[in-house]
Design a binder for this molecule. Structure first.
Ligand SMILES: [Mg+2]
Length: 206
């Protein structure tokens, strides 16, 4: 029985693709000359790094740098209908956020949109060693049985991580990965609109 619905933040709740894109160009423009950012949504990380000529060892530092710079951005938009969706889900479920974005950054955004009260927790952890470990830590910290959680995320690595952590998943197609890329990892559910998440959740009770 699902009791918790836990959301990823960037690309799932918050529409931050363009903000991150601008930051990457500003910080690492030398790698991104004439780069087609939309292709990120379809390719695997290693292929992208090859295309961009970025050595793998540089990636953690670059990710950390971009994450820290994200904190300066106070104008994070939410996807349309997200607030309605969260309010509907809140009636029957406990809601949480798990992200590698900074906790402060996420909470600032939630407060700004007046939805901080909807969440039981905001859990932030570095996913450099795998997001499945972050999911497991979240479960132990809040004493949650993994079978009682469904995780909503926008990237193929979210699907991989939930499977490793034995957590059900919903993949959303409005974020950083294309539907095709997400489908390759065989998510439990894949949705194209915010309100479809309500249908999935109702389906779980059948
Ligand atoms: Mg995401």
């Amino acid at each position: 029985m699902i009791k918790y619905i836990v959301f990823d933040f960037d690309g799932t709740i918050a529409d931050t693709f363009d903000i991150i894109k601008a930051l990457v160009i500003k910080e690492y423009g030398e790698y991104a000359v004439n780069f087609d950012f939309e292709s990120i949504k379809n390719e695997d990380t290693k292929g992208l790094l090859r295309k961009l000529n970025i050595p793998l060892w540089k990636l953690p530092q670059m990710a950390l740098n971009v994450t820290s710079k994200l904190e300066d951005n106070k104008d994070v938009k939410l996807f349309p209908e997200i607030i309605d969706l969260l309010n509907s889900l809140k009636k029957n479920y406990k809601l949480g956020i798990l992200s590698s974005n900074s906790r402060e950054n996420i909470i600032d955004t939630l407060i700004k949109h007046n939805i901080d009260n909807l969440f039981e927790f905001v859990y932030s952890g570095s996913s450099i060693f795998g997001k499945h470990l972050v999911l497991k830590k979240m479960c132990s910290k809040y004493k949650i049985d993994p079978r009682e959680v469904i995780y909503v995320g926008d990237e193929d690595r979210d699907i991989v991580a939930t499977k490793k952590a034995k957590i059900k998943n919903i993949a959303v197609t409005w974020g950083f990965n294309s539907k095709e890329k997400l489908s390759r990892e065989k998510p439990d559910y894949i949705v194209d609109s915010r309100m479809q998440i309500l249908e999935v959740v109702e389906d779980l009770h059948q």
